[in-house]
Design a protein around this ligand. Structure first.
Ligand SMILES: [Ca+2]
Length: 548
């Protein structure tokens, strides 16, 4: 019964009455405990509460993982070629100064889907669930009549719920496990452990370089191709009487930097330039002590070559997907978003990966195109570049507005981008906040970073005159007033804790407490996967240990 043609998840969702939770302020929609068998459904999740109106646009939301904001030719990158993303930018809008409010997987993804900051929804790290149930974008759209599908990575906690996706094709082991996963499919074809088995591994002794290598199987069996194929499967199987919300969520270009041919040899590591802010320290060992700092120019170059090839592979697959949609006549009546959950430092300031407040980590690519018949098409679909600062929490209210779905004023912290794109938002916030261990506020000119741990410290950068963040101005007396003002804004932002929005008919998703049976089940599940070497606790990236 495991084929890509089986009925969608929701129609097979069976729940026990005793497992139902009463959720205050919302319709009593409920969920089974993890690992329990389930009985006949009370609420049929695939039956929309509200019939779809003809005006609802299809939505294709493409997310990549760990993609630096400017690694696209349309953003001026000198080496990588991304013709399909460039076309989307040319036919839509590119937001050139977009930030994630939390530069790490789970917090960022909850912020994308709730329109709320990470300290507000509470999923502040990869293994931390929201502190209370949250209203999520797929649930809102589902209630409005959308058929919902996910191919790829979600990284919500707990990981084996459907989160109102009718179809859930998992890149690893997430989801309700009713459809095949990529590890199962690749192992069926190429044997146990094939997914990550390397034939070449240039830096096996370095914790950072260990994630670099060549895969043995054909590119068509690579995870990114598989995710695209399942998205195409959905488009072929969907209920054509309803609009769809299709979330295509690639792990690439996230680590590990494992590549099939022709991508493995696509970029010459020897010809990769080093970032201007990378300085090899002769007083430090060449080999990395961990995975977030890098001192070896050879590893930076080799990892950069692999990264650019991964971005190329993602672009190739976006081309496959959008080409299919054009063939099916869907390209012009679908709202398309492309973005990333966060960036990657790629050697800037001798750092790799994300989690920090610097540009490489916190700034993200963001492209958007609306259906040709949309009233907003004249503004969105003219190849404009929006330079005002926007945040990833703005995407959810934008999609809801474009889909004609009203949102309550209370609880949604993002703002719709439609008036900004139309040039009718003179009072636009034009600033971004972000947080993980440290916090930042980015304004048109400045970025203030606050590290609250230990004795506490601040950094200040002038991004107009120092876009590479190489000169910390925190001790400049001439900027004291700027620092005081930005620090006060950071503090006020942290204290603002609006409640979960209440939307009639939309149930917040469950969030198990630390000692709940669901949490215990989740931990058991993760330990079992780690023992098998299939999926690490970070949600299935198989990244080297220590990478968040
Ligand atoms: Ca991520």
């Amino acid at each position: 019964m495991r084929s890509n043609q089986i009925p969608p998840c929701a129609s097979r969702t069976l729940l026990k009455r005793r497992d139902f939770l009463k959720l205050a302020g919302a319709a009593a929609l409920v969920f089974p405990r993890l690992g329990e068998s389930v009985a006949p459904a009370v609420p049929a999740l695939d039956k929309p509460a509200v019939p779809a109106g003809p005006a609802r646009p299809n939505i294709l939301f493409i997310m990549v993982d760990e993609m630096k904001w400017n690694v696209m030719s349309c953003a001026g990158h000198a080496l990588v070629k991304t013709p399909h993303l460039d076309r989307l930018a040319r036919e839509g809008t590119r937001f050139a100064t977009a930030y994630t409010v939390a530069p790490i997987c789970t917090p960022s993804r909850y912020s994308f889907f709730t329109g709320r900051y990470a300290h507000v929804h509470g999923a502040i790290d990869n293994n931390t669930p929201p502190r209370e149930p949250q209203v999520l974008l797929p649930a809102i759209l589902h209630q409005q009549g959308y058929q919902t599908a996910l191919s790829g990575k979600l990284h919500f906690i707990p990981e084996n719920l459907a989160y109102h996706f009718d179809y859930f094709w998992s890149f690893a082991g997430e989801g309700p496990h009713r459809l095949p996963t990529w590890p199962e499919d690749v192992e069926k074809k190429h044997g146990a452990g094939a997914g990550r088995k390397l034939t070449v591994q240039p830096f096996p002794a370095d914790p950072l370089g260990r994630g670099l290598g060549r895969l043995a199987y054909p590119k068509e069996d690579a995870q990114t191709f598989w995710i695209t194929d399942r998205a195409v499967d959905f488009l072929g199987q969907r209920d054509k009487t309803r609009p769809f919300f299709l979330f295509v969520s690639y792990l690439d270009p996230h680590s590990p930097s494992h590549l099939c041919e022709p991508y493995w040899t696509m970029f010459d590591a020897g010809k990769m330039p080093l970032p201007s802010s990378f300085k090899q320290d002769p007083n430090q060992p060449l080999q990395s002590a961990g995975t977030h700092h890098v001192n070896d120019p050879g590893i930076v170059k080799a990892m950069t070559a692999a990264y650019l090839a991964k971005v190329t592979m993602v672009d190739d697959n976006i081309g496959r997907l959008l080409g299919h949609m054009r063939d099916q006549g869907l390209a012009d009546n679908t709202l398309i978003v492309f973005t990333a959950d966060h960036g990657n430092m790629l050697g800037d300031l001798n750092r790799w990966f994300k989690g920090v407040m610097y540009e490489g980590s916190a700034r993200i690519p963001l492209l958007m195109k609306v259906p040709a018949a949309s009233p907003q098409a004249a503004q969105f679909n003219r190849g404009a570049v929006v330079n005002e600062i926007v945040e990833n929490i703005d995407v959810m209210p934008t999609l809801c507005e474009l889909a004609g779905v009203p949102l309550p004023k209370q609880g949604i912290q993002g703002r719709s981008l439609t008036a900004l794109v139309a040039g009718q938002e003179p009072g636009w916030k034009n600033r971004a906040f972000a947080e993980r261990n440290s916090r930042m506020i980015r304004t048109r000119q400045y970025k203030l970073i606050h590290e609250p741990r230990g004795a506490g410290s601040y950094e200040l950068y002038d991004l107009i005159n120092d876009p590479l963040e190489m000169h910390n101005l925190i001790d400049d007396p001439a900027r004291a007033a700027v620092v005081k003002d930005l620090a006060a804004q950071l503090e006020a932002w942290q204290k603002d804790l609006p409640p979960v929005p209440v939307i009639a008919g939309v149930a917040p998703e469950p969030a198990p407490g630390k000692a709940s049976p669901a949490k215990k089940e989740l931990k058991k599940e993760q330990r079992a996967k780690q023992r098998r070497g299939a999926v690490p606790a970070d949600g299935g990236s198989t990244a080297p240990k220590g990478i968040p």
